[in-house]
Write a protein that binds this ligand. Structure first.
Ligand code: PLP
Length: 302
């Protein structure tokens, strides 16, 4: 395994005591080695680059804490399974994430990316790395919210069951479609997208899960609809239940979006952002709850 960090390792402190001491070439006995993120590390023959054939996961680290690390590792393993990639050794990835976090110079929020590709064409050996970088500051976006348009994803709600080779629900490296959808939203004067299935069910955003509030009840599209199982959505629902809200993962018709009291897009690094406009129509915004939710997402340890 390859780990990319910005400085040589000095040790690992993730709340446990494992310390990884690299040799003079950055190699460790923990199944990974350290490398310089500013130097070239990937082959142009890597199928992750030339075909987007691989998987990734992104997690947020605030003040040294890694919320939902085990949930991210479990999802990473599910994505790998869906692409018939070897199962990631969780102990190695856990140690590599901890090392990346421990050796990064202190910043308010780190974005840590785990990547596993099919490797150099013909080699049969996957390429893998962990990269920790300062996260973009989303404070303003969280305060302002986002304008969203609904776009047809072109797949039915049962695509994961009928056509698993389309990899819906895997966090694959092929995010060109997701990026294209966001550009389409921008062309339409919006910031983000909520995908709708070809048969009219609410799915997810290109990089976030969708939450809806109707009165005391929160709902999110069920992960069976060929969407990513959102770790932030899971953490948000746990928090909302402690506030007495009901929570449910369901099938939602696109028309139900229009009836919602409030809508949020939630994801690990941007956290919870309120949808202020849906297809040009204003949507109710609960600023207080958005703030409470974000405070919880940023600070609560699991
Ligand atoms: N759905 C998609 C397509 C995503 O890319 C993401 C995150 O990047 C999410 C949902 C939200 O997942 P999480 O809350 O685990 O970051």
């Amino acid at each position: 395994l390859l780990i990319l960090v910005t400085r040589p390792v000095i040790g690992v402190t993730d709340g446990r005591t494992d310390v990884v001491d690299p040799d003079s070439e950055g190699r460790t006995s923990a199944g990974f080695h350290f490398a310089d993120a500013s130097a070239p590390q990937l082959s142009v023959l890597d199928l992750g680059v030339s075909r987007g054939d691989g998987v990734f996961d992104s997690l947020m680290v605030a003040e040294g804490r890694i919320p939902a690390l085990e949930t991210h590792l479990a999802r990473f393993a599910t994505s790998a399974r869906l692409l018939d990639l070897p199962e990631p050794d969780r102990a190695v990835w856990r140690a590599a994430v901890a090392a990346a976090v421990a050796t990064h110079p202190p910043v308010p929020v780190l974005a840590v990316k785990l990547v596993l590709t099919r490797g150099v064409e013909g080699s049969g050996v996957p390429t893998a790395w962990v990269l920790a970088q300062p996260a973009r500051d989303f404070t303003e976006v969280r305060r302002e919210g986002v304008k969203v348009v609904t776009l047809d994803r072109g797949y039915r709600h049962d695509v994961a069951a009928t056509s698993p080779w389309l990899l819906q629900g895997a966090k694959s490296l092929s995010y060109a479609v997701n990026a294209a959808a966001i550009r389409e939203a921008q062309r339409r004067g919006a910031d983000d997208v909520i995908f709708i299935s070809s048969d009219g069910f609410v799915l997810e955003a290109p990089t976030a899960s969708v939450l809806l509030r109707e009165g005391n009840r929160f709902s999110t599209p069920s992960a069976e609809l060929g969407i990513l199982a959102g770790t932030t959505q899971g953490r948000a629902f746990e928090f909302l239940r402690t506030y007495g809200y009901e929570t449910d993962a369901v099938r939602l018709r696109a028309s139900e979006l229009r009836r919602a009291d409030a809508i949020w897009l939630v994801s690990s690094i941007r956290q919870a952002v309120a949808v202020t406009e849906l297809d040009g129509q204003p949507v109710g915004v609960d600023e207080r709850l958005t703030e409470q939710l974000n405070t919880h997402l940023a600070h609560a340890a699991d």
